[in-house]
Write a protein that binds this ligand. Structure first.
Ligand SMILES: [Zn+2]
Length: 301
């Protein structure tokens, strides 16, 4: 019999939950009302600020969540950014005003800027924002989006890559995003999918369930719909494959696959002897979903 835990779901405010997993001294609960999985207890703001310091992006001992050297991936990030901007352009008439929440060192917004977009970015990491401001001279802000007073209804597009799962209060964030978008504006968000094949096959051992002190929210198509449709957005498309991919050196991709399962060992060996591992490939193991939504106009609400 699973033990019920006293806590409030950050999505539906439901009070009934059960423990799903525990790692790093933090539990992952499943909300029995809406199905969202979330960390409990949530870290305080001071702890979060510490997590996303320079070490997160240049880690001596990167775990599954941190980056060994984020800036070394600049070329790959820019290549993927161009792909992402092309996909977004299907739902809006580009270029326009674009805000990237969690912009890190600014490669995505700088790429967008070079493609003609007017860009702005935010990140809670001061290290990242200083880097983006000094190197690219872009309009960037440090802090949480709720605390930065940007002009309401001023963006055609807002993007959020690898951020939603790190938030404590997704509803407040989504409401803020809704207020910042022009009517009809497009919001694109990428987050891991707990119903992806890899998550189902690996169960509690899924790599992304092992850092609940960093990843605080775990969505499925159902719960992401609840969050977005419940806060004034119309779903345009949910992409559960390909759009969540990135350019990675083949060698690195194979190393990651081998962490998931030893069955990839022969493939790695094959790529080493054929020197295929030196190439860069656009890889998507299907663990993320990318959601494209449109802000409803006043009349539609
Ligand atoms: Zn819930």
């Amino acid at each position: 019999m699973k033990k019920s835990v006293s806590s409030i779901c950050p999505l539906c405010r439901g009070k009934k939950s059960e423990k799903f997993h525990e790692a790093e001294g933090v539990s992952i609960l499943t909300c029995l009302d809406c199905g969202l999985k979330y960390s409990h207890p949530m870290p305080d703001d001071k702890t979060l600020e510490k997590i996303y310091g320079e070490d997160y992006f240049n880690s001596d001992a990167p775990d599954q969540m941190a980056y060994a050297d984020y800036n070394a991936e600049e070329r790959e990030i820019r290549r993927a950014s161009r792909k992402k901007l092309k996909w977004i352009s299907r739902y809006t008439s580009p270029p326009g005003n674009l805000l990237d929440i969690g912009c890190a060192t600014g490669f995505f917004i700088d790429t967008a800027n070079k493609m003609g977009w007017d860009v702005a970015g935010t990140d809670i990491s001061e290290y990242c924002i200083n880097y983006a401001a000094e190197r690219f001279g872009l309009e960037v802000y440090t802090g949480r989006i709720e605390d930065i007073k940007l002009k309401s209804e001023s963006f055609d597009v807002i993007t959020m890559w690898d951020v939603l799962e790190h938030l404590k209060d997704p509803v407040s964030e989504i409401k803020t995003i809704h207020g910042l978008l022009k009517p009809g504006g497009v919001f694109t968000v990428m987050t891991p999918n707990i119903k992806s094949l890899i998550a189902r096959v690996t169960g509690r051992k899924w790599i992304l369930y092992q850092s609940p002190h960093i990843h605080l929210l775990y969505f499925s198509e159902e719960t992401i719909r609840l969050l977005l449709e419940g806060n004034g957005f119309e779903i345009l498309k949910i992409k559960k494959f390909w759009h969540g991919g990135k350019y990675v050196p083949v060698r690195y991709a194979l190393e990651r696959l081998e962490i998931y399962s030893k069955i990839f060992k022969p493939l790695r060996w094959f790529c080493r002897v054929t020197r295929l591992e030196r190439l860069t490939a656009f890889l998507d193991i299907g663990d993320n979903m990318v959601i494209y939504v449109r802000k409803k106009t006043g009349a539609e609400r």
